[in-house]
Design a protein around this ligand. Structure first.
Ligand SMILES: Nc1ncnc2c1ncn2[C@@H]1O[C@H](COP(=O)(O)OP(=O)(O)OP(=O)(O)O)[C@@H](O)[C@H]1O
Ligand SMILES: [Mg+2]
Length: 386
């Protein structure tokens, strides 16, 4: 609800309340500004860092309060625009210093404790003196709206900045997608080279020898032909597993829920699968999510020492979600291997995310999410297995 929805008097009293809060916070803004500048100057000695550790979070708190007030006055949604802060103290300080919003917050402090403060003061004073009530009544709303707009000019990310951030994300995920595709091609090349190609070479040699033997000693050719036959069967098996790695037939035939069910059945521990999907995501998303769940299950088998696991597949109208959990020992850390990082990268290509919660002692929860629509369920059966 915005201030304009209220009764006129109530709405004005609320705006004046905001102005009074801005008066108080304007003084805090002055203090944190002085602390931040002093802290930055004294960074050469450790006292500087101590000042910044206090002043920067405090600046963010008062800036957030002004974002909320401005959002209410203008009837807008203003998201919190800060970049995530890493846990490690030194990394956190660098990340905060690199965040443009930190510097805009500081510039805003100057506005909030000078001209902005004067605007708020006028709004409050006009209510205190009876003679200025008409002025208060007629000019309060435009003044507070103007002040809020200027606040947001400092405190909210502009459209251009949002687009710049988006371009940055797209550039990174595109590079990852190209790398992933190249790695997949190399894997396929290696699989074909080591498997079917080697077997076909052996097959060709067996058949060549059998051909020579056939004229002189047909009985001696028999075992060679039998050999060739079993090599053919093995080559077909190899080809099948290569094909399965590209797009598992079970995924094409039974969709994500069925394919995940098949993965669960292959596990040594009981894995419950719950799915409320009533349609199919686009094939590349389906495939990415399938391999992501497969990696999570492989990790449970390898690392978790769990007694049971559970997979919940759902779609909330905007995002397809797979929640994989186990009751094992916990301690999953994407930084320690290549599997989970690969999953994260693969999902990022579709603007998807992977979040991991795995405290020591367990349990482990991995949530994989990809924004996408579901198509209507298929009514005709797919073509038979290839
Ligand atoms: N479900 C789990 N329970 C406990 N630990 C886990 C779990 N999943 C992952 N881990 C831990 O997180 C680490 C990272 O997992 P990741 O899949 O990235 O690598 P990996 O499985 O060790 O190797 P690979 O690159 O072959 O997948 C693992 O080494 C393991 O220690
Ligand atoms: Mg792994």
């Amino acid at each position: 609800m915005t201030t304009t929805d209220d009764a006129p008097l109530l709405s004005r009293l609320r705006l004046t309340g905001y102005a009074a809060a801005q008066l108080l916070l304007g003084i805090v803004a002055l203090v944190v500004f002085v602390m931040s500048v002093t802290g930055a100057v004294l960074m050469v000695v450790w006292v500087g860092a101590l000042l910044l550790v206090v002043s920067i979070p405090l600046t963010r708190v008062i800036a957030d309060a002004h974002r909320r007030m401005a959002a209410d006055v203008l009837g807008l949604e203003v998201p919190r625009p800060y970049r995530p802060v890493p846990q490690h103290a030194v990394h956190a300080l660098t990340a905060v210093a690199r965040d443009p919003m930190t510097w805009r917050d500081l510039a805003w402090c100057v506005w909030a404790c000078t001209f902005g403060w004067v605007v708020a003061l006028i709004c409050v004073l006009e209510l205190v003196a009876v003679v200025t009530w008409p002025l208060w009544w007629w000019t309060l709303t435009p003044k507070m709206r103007a002040r809020s707009q200027i606040d947001l000019w400092f405190l909210a990310t502009s459209r251009t900045e949002k687009l710049e951030q988006r371009v940055q994300v797209l550039t990174e995920t595109r590079a990852d997608a190209v790398d992933t595709a190249a790695a997949e091609l190399r894997r396929l090349e290696r699989d074909l080279h080591d498997g079917p190609q080697a077997r076909l070479v052996a097959l060709s040699m067996s058949l060549g020898l059998a051909e020579q033997q056939l004229a002189d000693d047909p009985t001696a050719a028999r075992p060679l032909i039998a050999d060739a036959r079993s090599t053919t069967t093995a080559a077909i098996g190899d080809l099948r597993s290569v094909v399965r790695g590209i797009h598992p037939p079970v995924l094409a035939d039974r969709g994500l829920s069925g394919a995940v069910q098949a993965l669960a059945l292959d596990m040594a521990l009981p894995v419950e699968v719950v799915s409320d999907l009533d349609g199919r995501p686009p094939a590349p998303v389906e495939s990415a999510l399938y391999f992501a769940v497969a990696e999570c299950l492989a990790n449970i088998g390898k690392h978790a020492r769990a007694t049971s696991a559970r997979i919940v597949l759902s779609h909330d109208g905007e995002r397809l979600r797979a929640h994989v959990s186990d009751d094992g020992v916990g301690g999953a850390d994407p930084g320690r291997g290549t599997g989970m990082l690969g999953v994260r990268r693969r999902l990022a290509t579709f603007d998807g995310t992977m979040s991991v919660s795995s405290p020591p002692g367990g349990p482990t929860d991995v949530v994989l999410e990809v924004p996408c629509d579901l198509s209507l369920p298929r009514t005709t059966p797919s073509s038979g297995p290839g």
